[in-house]
Design a protein around this ligand. Structure first.
Ligand SMILES: Nc1ncnc2c1ncn2[C@@H]1O[C@H](COP(=O)(O)OP(=O)(O)OP(=O)(O)O)[C@@H](O)[C@H]1O
Length: 357
């Protein structure tokens, strides 16, 4: 699976752009503020239905008109999918082969992962980043995950509403059965995926960071010895006091450790970037092992924070990757010279294909 062609209109500084990338390595080079990240953002929107740097779709609006749009022709083994996403006058719409679809149809058609300079949040910041990292993989390997997670969230919202209103024990506990069934199911899927991630990521960490013994431990969000249904019953007085359900899959967490020590605070900025790369490559490897297409990988500012030796190591891992990769950089990184890379140059929102390096 790869993007055969992508087009965008009125997105940030671009009036329009058109890109016919290679199915393997693509390099987008240009000066500061030329529009490199905006281009990756466009590709990311096609696979995730949201931006990675803006929560307001209106901010993406370019120089003309009241909407922006993106389109991609995705080539699978024996078929093509036409994927589109657009925003106009406050409304976002997604289309797959001409039909209006929900946002969740986009990741299924174009699975993609991003490694960017703020990727370190995955290591340094709150558990939400690590939960969504984990869930991206579970979503792709477990077809029932998305619906089960939605069911969990719906019940949780209702139970929390009842807690906030100070409803009777009976009204609050009415949600417990469905909530706990969904919670146990979501957790079983997450647990299996986290175990797979832990072993695959350890290999990538050993290769990219030269550190043995990396681990990912899954904390499910409540005491793993107790069935969730019992936790809901036992903790009801606490939940009433806090007016919220204090334990559950919405509080799950991944603990990252390297050689027995917590990763946060243990690694340099450059190592942290390679750690994020290792985590992303591990997710992609697991999807591939499940017979899914190799996800597209987007890498913003390849060289940032990496010495020549680290860039070399990272590049070597990317050369082996069986899927499509888009990399931005100020200029052609030394590690990519003499490689089979399709190179694009971007200047003030104008994109052009340049001669092979
Ligand atoms: N909605 C918008 N309309 C027009 N221009 C915009 C919009 N949003 C951002 N820009 C401008 O687009 C320019 C390009 O930004 P972008 O982040 O894509 O550049 P870049 O090539 O990745 O730069 P750097 O290497 O410095 O990170 C910036 O100057 C920014 O001000």
């Amino acid at each position: 699976m790869h993007i055969r062609q992508a087009r965008g209109q009125n997105l940030r500084l671009y009036s329009r752009f058109e890109l016919e990338p290679s199915p393997s390595l693509n390099l987008i080079v240009g000066a500061n503020a030329a529009g490199k990240t905006s281009l990756l953002e466009g590709l990311y929107l096609l696979g995730r239905a949201r931006s990675f740097r803006s929560s307001e779709a209106a901010e993406l609006l370019g120089p003309s008109g009241s909407g922006w749009s993106l389109y991609a022709d995705i080539e699978h083994e024996a078929q093509h999918d036409r994927l589109g996403i657009g925003w106009m006058d406050g409304e976002q719409e997604q289309r797959l082969n001409g039909e209006k679809v929900r946002a969740s149809a986009l990741p299924r058609t174009l699975p993609l992962q991003l490694i960017d300079p703020i990727g370190h949040r995955l290591v340094e910041e709150g558990p939400g980043y690590r939960r969504s990292y984990l869930d991206w993989g579970v979503f792709h390997v477990e077809p029932s995950f998305y619906a089960t997670w939605q069911r969990y969230q719906r019940c949780l919202k209702q139970r929390n509403q009842a807690l906030r209103l100070g409803s009777s024990d009976r009204a609050i506990s009415a949600w417990d059965e469905e909530l706990s069934l969904a919670a146990e199911s979501v957790t079983a899927m997450r647990k299996a995926h986290a175990a797979a991630l832990s072993s695959v990521a350890a290999d990538w960490v050993a290769e990219l960071l030269d550190i043995a013994g990396a681990r990912i431990d899954f904390m499910q969000g409540w005491n793993a010895e107790t069935p969730y249904r019992e936790v809901l019953e036992q903790q009801l007085p606490q939940h009433r006091r806090l007016a919220t359900t204090a334990q559950g899959p919405h509080r799950a967490e991944l603990k990252l450790s390297l050689a027995g020590q917590r990763a946060k605070g243990r690694v340099s900025r450059g190592q942290q970037k390679l750690l994020v790369a290792a985590l992303v490559l591990a997710q992609c490897a697991i999807l591939i092992a499940h017979g899914r297409p190799a996800p597209v990988i987007l890498i913003d500012d390849f060289g940032a924070e990496l010495s020549a030796a680290f860039q070399e190591r990272f590049a070597r891992a990317l050369f082996r990757y069986p899927g499509q990769i888009f990399i931005t950089a100020f200029e052609l990184p030394t590690a990519f010279k003499q490689q089979d890379v399709r190179m694009f140059h971007v200047e003030h929102g104008q994109l052009s294909l340049t001669a092979a390096p």
